[in-house]
Write a protein of this length. Structure first.
Length: 124
């Protein structure tokens, strides 16, 4: 009898979890449709203000530097080395002191031509 009750509790817990996930997904979708941003940390070059994305001029300068280096034919590794030598920290590196890595740059470059809100809406 105890096992049956545990199984029933488990079934209801799974149901509640799926309902929470659906509500969160629907809420994020609605916010994106209204022009808001509800998807965690904003991408490099942007900041979240009052639930919507705005351009961060300081970070946008780093994004432009990355784009210029890439267009000149520099490899991801050499771009990372250049940015680290220039003291330009990645978004999360400001607090931790971490440095640029080629994989981080690959993600930044992949987002250069995609608006953040559109990128998120198509991946959900």
């Amino acid at each position: 009898m105890r096992t049956a009750m545990r199984q029933m509790i488990g079934v209801f817990a799974e149901l509640e979890r799926s309902m929470i996930v659906k509500r969160m997904r629907d809420g994020r979708r609605m916010k994106a449709q209204k022009g808001g941003y509800a998807y965690g940390s904003p991408p490099l070059g942007y900041r979240s203000e009052h639930g919507s994305l705005t351009i961060d001029e300081g970070e946008q300068a780093i994004v432009n530097r990355i784009a210029d280096l890439r267009q000149s034919g520099a490899s991801l590794r050499s771009i990372a080395t250049t940015l680290n030598e220039e003291g330009l920290l990645p978004k999360r590196g400001k607090a931790t002191g971490s440095q640029w890595h080629p994989e981080t740059l690959r993600r930044v470059i992949a987002r250069l031509d995609t608006p953040p809100a559109a990128e998120r809406e198509t991946t959900r």
